[in-house]
Each structure stands twice: as C-alpha cells, then as structure tokens.
Design a protein. Structure first.
Length: 384
C-alpha cells in the first residue's frame, strides 16, 4: 500500500494554522527554529533536488521529485510551509489542463490539502487519462471518496488497483466502513502477513488501520499491539500519532498520550490532542497550548481559511466548553468531510448543545453506512 493513501485521510487536517504575526523584541530574539539543520541528510537531499529543479524549472522530470519530497515532509512533520514550497515548484503548470500526468497527480495532492476536493478529483481524472496505469491516482481518488463517505465510488477505485497489498488494504478500508469491520480486519491482517517484503510505509498504513479496526471491535490489547508495531517502524507520521493519541485518550491514558506528543506541537491535530491530555492530567501547559490553538484558528479565520474545522470544533467543545460554537464548526465541517472523527465531534457537540436536529446528518450516515463503532452508537442512542 502506498503510504500516501492513508496520509491523504489526515493531511486534510494535519497542517497547523499559523498564529498572528508579531515583531521581535530585538534583533537577537529567536522566533522559531527551522525544522531542518544544515547537516541534516534531508536538508542535503532537498538542496540537490532544488538545484536540479532550478536548472530546468519547466521540466516535469526535474521538478516533480522536489514537489513530491516537499509534500511528503508536510505530511510527516505537519509543517504547511512545505506545501507552499511544492506549490511554488509547480507554478509553471498552475491551471494547465495539458500538464503531464505526474504533475497533475502532484497538483491534485496539493489541492486536496487545501480542501479543494473537487479540483483534486478532476486533476486525478486527467492524470489517469494521460496514464491509465497510474495506480497512485486511483489510490488517492479512493481516499478522497472515503473522506466524503462516497463508498461505492471508493470501492470502484480500489478495484482498479489489481491484486496487490495496496488493493487489499483499500478494499478492507471500504468494507470496514460499511458494516464489515471484523471481516475487513481479518482480511487486512492476512494480506499483511502474506506481504513480508512490504516497505515500511505500506506496513505503517496497514498496522494503523488494523489498530483502528481492533479498537472499534473492542479489542484494546490488539489495537495497542498494532499501534506499537507501527511506531516501531520509526517513521514520522501525523496520521499514526493522531490515531494512537485518540486511542490513548479514549482508554483514559492521558499521561501516555502526553508523552507520545510532547515534541509534536506544529500540527494542529497533534497540539490539540496534547492539550487535551495535559488538561486531563491537570497540567498548566494545557492552558498555554489551548491559547495557542485559539490563536491559530483565529489567524486562519482572518485569512479566510477554515481548513481544520473538526479540530476547531473539538477545541471549542473540550477546551473552551462552548457547545454552540463547537456545534456550528462541526456541522460546517460535516458538509465536506464525513469520516468517523467528524461524526464523533458532531454527535458530541449536538449532545452538549441539546440540539438533536443538528445531529440528523450523522444519524442518517450511521444508519445508511452501517458503520460499526460502539462509541458512536452510544452517542447516537443518547441523542435519540
């Protein structure tokens, strides 16, 4: 499984919003430490890629590797500046419907990062017209359809991936979202066992999904085992960290969640979960991190961006205690993103605000999809 199939599902919310700008108090003040040091091998890799791209800025073969590396770093580190760098690299093909397939694919990834899902799907369709064998385009289309709860469309894209671990994982993900969690869990586990040569990215995706399925099936021990196996691969991945942190918080293990995320404050998704863990522990850092989140969301709103509405809704409900504002954000988020975490915060906010009618779209989704999650079912039952 290409790691980006899973990353697509979180990168929609993984990047941090930046706080309001301010002037330094003096010339020597350190405003921020850059994520890459001069001697870092990643920095050296990027330098080489930039040299090649600058030598031929209109050559897709020279530019695409740089844009892809920037995008991968944005997903791994939760730093949105890398997306801006990638967009700048692809500037010669901005809006060009005749761009090469690999450029269209990369442009789609950047568009979906900005939540332009329709534009991303259109670019992916164009990419497949240029190169019908471009499996990654099918994988990303499946991921985007899953985000929008368009399961039949996602299943069709999975079917185009052939007989591979990638295809098995894709199909299992759809099956687990439509009433077949236990069968999907067994199928994905077997597929992973039969693919011992899968690269670490493929294994990370499969293990994270297995962990989520196990948790939904009520097998916390198995979920813990899968999460730890994924972490042991040693790859930075916001998707994995957020999923594991949610599991730990749900298991009332805030100390473990705080320890997991203590060095991950750039991404809104992870800073939110860190603040929630610190609040549960009664730590003073919770208030500081909650304030920082508020500043990030306020700055994003001033820029006309509302890309992290699910996280903002959680912040409003669980850190500020503003059920009405949380419900408004969660309901707005549900218009474009319909994953389980989006459903959960909408149900929680509707319950806290005493507004059953606002939860109707999620209740309808639960009934139609037959999604299996005891926690969501309890929230829905309370509202009914």
């Amino acid at each position: 499984m290409n790691r980006l199939l899973a990353a697509a599902l979180l990168c929609l919310a993984a990047a941090p919003s930046l706080a309001a700008p301010r002037l330094p108090a003096h010339d020597g003040e350190v405003l921020e430490r850059l994520p890459l040091r001069p001697g870092d091998p990643v920095a050296a890799e990027l330098r080489a890629l930039r040299v090649a791209a600058r030598a031929a800025p209109a050559d897709a073969e020279a530019v695409a590797p740089l844009a892809r590396r920037y995008f991968a770093l944005a997903l791994a580190e939760g730093d949105p500046r890398y997306v801006g760098y990638a967009e700048a690299a692809l500037a010669p093909w901005r809006g060009d419907a005749a761009a090469p397939a690999r450029i269209l694919l990369l442009r789609a990834l950047l568009r979906q990062y900005r939540h332009d899902f329709d534009g991303a799907l259109a670019d992916l369709a164009l990419a497949l017209q240029r190169d019908p064998q471009l499996a990654e385009a099918h994988a990303w289309r499946a991921a985007l359809f899953m985000v929008r709860a368009e399961y039949a469309a996602a299943a069709r894209e999975c079917g185009a991936l052939g007989e591979t671990l990638q295809a098995a994982g894709c199909s299992a993900y759809v099956e687990a979202s439509t009433g077949g969690t236990r069968a999907a869990y067994a199928r994905l586990g077997a597929a992973l066992e039969q693919a011992p040569q899968a690269d670490p990215g493929e294994r990370l995706w499969a293990l994270t999904r297995l962990a989520e399925m196990a948790a939904r099936l009520g097998d916390a021990a198995a979920a813990e085992r899968h999460f730890r196996a994924a972490l042991a691969l040693g790859r930075n991945d916001n998707f994995l960290l957020a999923a594991y942190a949610d599991f730990l918080l749900g298991e009332r293990r805030p100390a473990d969640a705080a320890a997991l995320l203590k060095d991950w404050t750039r991404a809104d998704t992870l800073l939110l979960r860190l603040a929630l863990a610190q609040k549960a522990l009664g730590l003073p850092e919770a208030a500081r991190h909650a304030q920082e989140l508020g500043e990030r969301f306020a700055a994003a709103s001033l820029r006309g961006e509302r890309l992290h509405l699910a996280e903002e809704a959680r912040y409003l409900l669980e850190l500020r205690g503003d059920a009405s504002a949380a419900l408004a954000a969660a309901a707005e988020n549900w218009k474009t993103q319909r994953e389980p975490r989006d459903a959960r915060i909408l149900l929680q906010a509707a319950g806290a605000a005493g507004d059953r009618a606002a939860a109707a779209p999620v209740l309808d989704w639960l009934a139609r999809s037959r999604f299996e999650d005891e926690g969501l079912r309890r929230l829905a039952a309370a509202l009914r």
